[in-house]
Write a protein that binds this ligand. Structure first.
Ligand code: ATP
Ligand code: MG
Length: 434
């Protein structure tokens, strides 16, 4: 039997701990209360209950604190076989801790190269992997110069950004100035755990247009495999905001294979060597262009959307991979299509005061799965980051388009019931009018 150490987990990632326990492995879970906002309390408690050893640390960027938590948990560092995190905010701490105690883990250098979006683009440029124009800046004056050189429109995002923190599309210099004028206030509004990970650097990069996809790339023992490609739904009004995913991607087979090869090339260039990595890619008229790489399995609801049609539990696959299981030979075969959509408000809104306690039940009956986190009379925020959505709808069907339509139909009916605008989603950019 083996010993698997988790440095934080997403809510859904608790399934990886549960799988390891079912297999008879020892599980240590190191918990950081700064990230409690990323999962419902019940899931966090479940992780703590499942673990054989557990302790808390205060800051994932403080390697001594994370190592101290391992010692405090009572686990013997020498008995740990592998260390991982399913939560973005814990990825670097997990990689660093694995290296420190001599356990299996993702390369710390590869993890940093993915997290640091400027370094990531620099490496891709050096390796000749197609990417977008970019510059790293620290203030508005530098950003304005960078935008002039790159050409408008640009996107301005924190070099270490996660979850859409302080990210703006700028179509002219006034929008660049507005981004920096609002940046301090925007950072103040973030959950402390989100703000803590940022530094003063921003990336100004070419805004590319097209359809957004993601690829989960699995890596082990020098091999890399594109496990599954998803198409991603974005807000019609603000395409920075993501509103769900569909698998399979809906791309023609040859394009999907090319997307998989591109994502594998990106992970290889960065030195991502063990784990499952989430690669976001825009399909532009000139080809595939990286948006970003997360050095961990996809977050949000996508793991369960994949599992629902792949016939395997992706968290089981992840845990086994870290413990030395061989890579799947190729992309996961999918039986059918699955799509999920998030519920999020356009502006601060109030859920009607007169709704029955089980108002969601008839909607859920039309879906494969889903949840809501609001009840009658609740006030919901406008969506600014990934953590502002308040529900998820998931449908299964025989084609991606049908699964998407089933989600949209329920979303439209919930919008009518609520009487306020939900953020509208799109998967594919509309074809230009001839
Ligand atoms: N260069 C670009 N061109 C076009 N769109 C972009 C570009 N960079 C980012 N975006 C859009 O903005 C979104 C957020 O960017 P990015 O993924 O880098 O931020 P993030 O905060 O790390 O997001 P998350 O952690 O939620 O994945 C992307 O999903 C994409 O829709
Ligand atoms: Mg992203």
């Amino acid at each position: 039997m083996s010993h698997l150490l988790f440095v934080e987990t997403t809510g859904l990632g608790v399934q990886a701990l549960a799988h390891a326990k079912r297999r008879g492995h020892t599980v240590t879970y190191l918990h950081c209360p700064l990230y409690d906002f990323t999962a419902p309390p019940a899931q966090r408690s479940q992780a703590i209950q499942l673990a054989d050893h557990t302790a808390s640390f205060t800051d994932p960027l403080d390697g001594e604190a994370v190592y101290g938590a391992l010692l405090a948990s009572g686990a013997d560092p020498g008995s740990v076989d592998a260390v991982l995190s399913t939560l973005s905010y814990g990825a670097q701490a997990a990689a660093d801790l694995a290296a420190r105690i001599g356990a299996r883990g993702t390369s710390p250098g590869g993890t940093l190269a993915a997290r640091d979006k400027g370094e990531c683009r620099r490496i891709l440029r050096e390796r000749g992997v197609p990417s977008v124009g970019f510059q790293v800046v620290t203030d508005a004056a530098q950003a304005l110069e960078a935008a002039e050189t790159i050409g408008y429109p640009v996107i301005v995002k924190p070099v270490l950004g996660i979850g859409k923190a302080v990210t703006s599309i700028a179509r002219d210099p006034s929008a660049v100035r507005a981004h920096f004028a609002a940046a301090a206030a925007d950072r103040d509004q973030l959950a402390e755990g989100m703000a803590r990970q940022l530094d003063e650097r921003y990336l100004v990069e070419e805004l590319v247009s097209g359809d957004l996809y993601s690829v989960e790339v699995a890596a082990s023992e020098g091999h890399l495999v594109p496990l599954v490609c998803a198409s991603r739904k974005v807000s019609v009004e603000n395409p920075v905001l993501e509103l769900g995913c569909t698998v399979p991607s809906g791309l023609p087979a040859a394009d999907e294979a090319a997307l998989g090869r591109y994502a594998v090339g990106v992970c290889r260039a960065l030195g991502l060597d063990l784990g499952i990595f989430h690669v976001e890619v825009m399909h532009t008229p000139s080809g595939f262009r990286l948006i970003e790489v997360n050095p961990r399995l996809t977050g949000g609801s996508l793991p369960d959307t994949i599992s629902s049609v792949a016939g395997v539990d992706v968290f089981a696959l992840l845990a086994d991979l870290f413990l030395g299981a061989p890579l799947p030979g190729g992309p996961l075969p999918l039986r059918g299509s699955a799509s999920h959509s998030f519920l999020a408000a356009h502006e601060k809104s109030t859920v009607p005061a007169r709704l029955p306690g089980d108002w969601f039940a008839p909607f859920l009956a039309r879906l494969h799965s889903g949840y809501v986190r609001v009840k009658a009379g609740d006030v919901v925020p406008p969506m600014r980051t990934n953590f502002d959505s308040f529900g998820m709808l998931r449908a299964l069907a025989s084609t991606p388009a049908e699964a998407e339509a089933a989600c949209s139909a329920v979303k439209t009916d919930i919008e009518a019931l609520f009487g306020f605008a939900l953020l509208a989603e799109r998967t594919r950019t509309p074809a230009p009018v001839a």
